[in-house]
Design a protein around this ligand. Structure first.
Ligand code: SF4
Length: 105
């Protein structure tokens, strides 16, 4: 029995596992960055002024258009949860505010 065969198999197994995990790791990096953002507080003055809500379906704001939400807003970055209007904060994809603008495309 040669010790090189198990070592080679082990190397190939580790290499295959590392390769398979790359897409998962790539997805986790943006989420880690998102963790650095603080969740937008509902009592944030700008959030209040724009009628921000964490659940678009529950807003009574007259500016609300059915189907609009942070997840399809041009100011939203899905990979981080960031909103261009609220620097340093993350918003929920199901959220909404009166500054909503349809994402192009
Ligand atoms: S501007 Fe768009 S992404 Fe930002 S809170 Fe309002 S609806 Fe959500």
């Amino acid at each position: 029995m040669t010790p090189t065969v198990p070592s080679r198999r082990r190397f190939l197994l580790i290499a295959a596992m590392a390769t398979a995990s790359l897409p998962i790791a790539a997805r986790l990096v943006p989420q880690a960055r998102a963790a650095g953002l603080n969740k937008l507080p509902l009592d944030n003055p700008q959030a209040k002024a724009l009628g921000y809500t964490e659940d678009a379906s529950k807003t009574k704001n007259p500016a609300y258009k059915a189907g609009s939400m942070c997840g399809n807003c041009q100011f939203f970055t899905a990979t981080t949860g960031a909103c261009a209007l609220f620097a340093g904060f993350s918003v929920t994809p199901k959220g909404w505010c009166s500054a909503w603008a349809k994402k192009p495309g």
